[in-house]
Design a protein around this ligand. Structure first.
Ligand code: NI
Length: 518
């Protein structure tokens, strides 16, 4: 193709040369006698050469090629620059030990670069066209090489164009890896890729997605067909990147759009070779999670065998017990969520409720009790009981007891004073065991599930009572991990009454006692 373009340039220049020749010819006739034929010929030839050199100097396509090492073993980069007064061109090719790979890559790079170069060489002089085909090696292992080409084209009158093409090869066979090659053959990967890509592209275009043209274009490029997902790459930090070029140029969505697909959903669909080659860290993490889940499940089975269907088998004098408590509810959404989390894990907790909130959420209390959880009294109005008279304290407690009874058909066996604020006067006035705590998560202050989780698991010991709040979402978010980890460590999660062995019969002997931990 270079030859063809050179030919076109030559034709133009020879027309110019002929014009120069005839002028000289007339000039030489008037001096023929003095100079003679030979001299004339030399002058003509000299000027002819000068004109040709002038022309050649401008349009000469300077080509420079060099081969340099890449930062990856055994992989080199061949770079080619082309330059004259019409074209600035650069194309790089990868050179591996596998010629099939090299040829395939060269073919793909040329498919973008050569047409651009051709347009450049034919363009009017002084309007420099820029064509650039460069690549980055995404990664290179002994088995695979992944590269991403960026093609940029700058046309003086028509602006810039760019696109990205990612390529993945098997370094042994030289075969290009397609999207279908990286998944298990029977996995529904096209549907999953389609859904994830569509969501990511919609997020990427933002408000523009309301434009019907853009919406239709996104739907089209993410249809569940393999051809829509072959421009992909795996990154060194274990991400699957899907690149889309010029999704809807007519609606202003053009150029390269690389989107990162979350690997969690795709992970189970990848075939074993893909996981081994491109997701070793994620595999380690998933493997650790699986082992942890197995340990938790084994411990749960042990606890189930120990306790059986009958909670009266719980004996914290011999078992490794811990009591989680949640205050200030009931809460319309957090309550049911917590109950689900507990139920799924065969765990129970104690809910210290405010009497004033109970009537609106009787269903939550009924369910909690039916599933083995305990309801405790946290006063009617969350008042600091140390500031109240004996009759007022009694009122706060009695009203709440009535609300709990109305909702569940039973009275509570425990009370927890708001803020933990108590004195001898309060203890004497409530007429119930006073359930405090020995592990404070400060979840009301630090509403961060990780912080709450850490505080519980680092302080946990058999017989502990943990203070948390039903009204804080972060505490509910932390619950699954807290319970799983405690169960993995062999804890039996119990109610406060179970922890201290309080039953209906022995309740009076606990009245007036302050319970912090067993
Ligand atoms: Ni409280």
């Amino acid at each position: 193709m270079t030859k063809g373009i050179g030919g076109a340039a030559d034709k133009k220049s020879s027309q110019k040369k002929r014009a120069g020749l005839s002028t000289l010819h007339r000039a030489s006739q008037s001096h023929m006698v003095l100079a003679g034929g030979v001299f004339a010929f030399l002058v003509v030839a000299g000027i002819f050469s000068f004109a040709a050199w002038q022309h050649w100097k401008h349009h000469e396509l300077k080509v420079a090629q060099r081969v340099v090492d890449s930062k990856f073993d055994g992989i080199h980069v061949e770079s080619n620059t082309y330059a004259n007064d019409r074209l600035q061109g650069y194309v790089a090719y990868v050179l591996t030990e596998n010629t099939a790979i090299n040829e395939s890559i060269r073919r793909i790079a040329n498919a973008y670069f050569l047409p651009c170069k051709e347009i450049g060489l034919l363009s009017p002089a002084k309007k420099v066209m820029e064509c650039n085909a460069n690549f980055e090696i995404d990664f290179a292992t002994a088995d695979y090489i992944g590269i991403t080409y960026t093609f940029r084209q700058h046309m003086p009158d028509r602006g810039d164009k760019s696109k990205k093409i990612s390529l993945l090869y098997d370094r042994h066979t030289g075969r290009q890896i397609t999207i279908a090659d990286v998944f298990k053959p029977d996995a529904p990967f096209l549907e999953t890729l389609s859904r994830l890509s569509r969501a990511a592209l919609t997020a990427h275009v933002g408000d523009k997605h309301k434009d019907q043209q853009v919406q239709a274009a996104i739907a089209k490029v993410t249809e569940p067909q393999a051809a829509n997902f072959n421009n992909f790459s795996f990154t060194a930090d274990e991400k699957l990147v899907m690149t889309y070029n010029d999704i809807a140029p007519e609606a202003g969505v053009e150029g390269m759009v690389p989107i990162v697909l979350p690997p969690d959903e795709l992970y189970p669909l990848f075939d074993a070779k893909t996981v081994q080659a491109f997701f070793p860290k994620l595999r380690e993490q998933k493997e650790a999670e699986r082992k942890l889940a197995e340990e938790v499940e084994a411990q749960r089975r042990r606890t189930r065998n120990l306790v059986g269907a009958n909670r009266s088998n719980v004996n914290c004098a011999v078992m490794k017990c811990i009591a989680l408590t949640y205050d200030d509810g009931p809460h319309a959404t957090n309550g049911p969520r917590l109950l689900n989390i507990l139920k799924e894990r065969g765990a129970v907790a104690t809910f210290f409720v405010l009497g004033s909130k109970v009537a609106a959420h009787t269903g939550i209390l009924q369910r909690a009790v039916a599933e083995g959880n305990e309801i405790g009294n946290h006063s009617w109005s969350h008042a600091n009981l140390t500031n109240l008279s004996a009759p007022d304290i009694t009122n706060e407690i009695r009203q709440t007891e009535q609300a709990i009874f109305n909702a569940t058909g039973r009275y509570s066996r425990l009370m927890r004073p708001p803020y933990g604020a108590h004195n001898a006067h309060v203890v004497a006035s409530t007429g119930l065991p006073m359930a405090l705590w020995n592990i404070d998560t400060f979840d009301w202050r630090d509403r961060d599930p990780n912080v709450i989780y850490q505080r519980v698991v680092t302080s946990a010991s058999p017989g502990s009572v943990v203070l948390m709040h039903e009204i804080h979402q972060a505490s509910v978010d932390a619950a699954p991990r807290i319970i799983d980890e405690l169960q993995r460590q062999g804890y039996v999660l119990v109610t406060v009454s179970e922890l201290f062995g309080i039953t209906g019969d022995n309740l009076p002997q606990f009245n007036g006692q302050v319970l912090r931990r067993r």
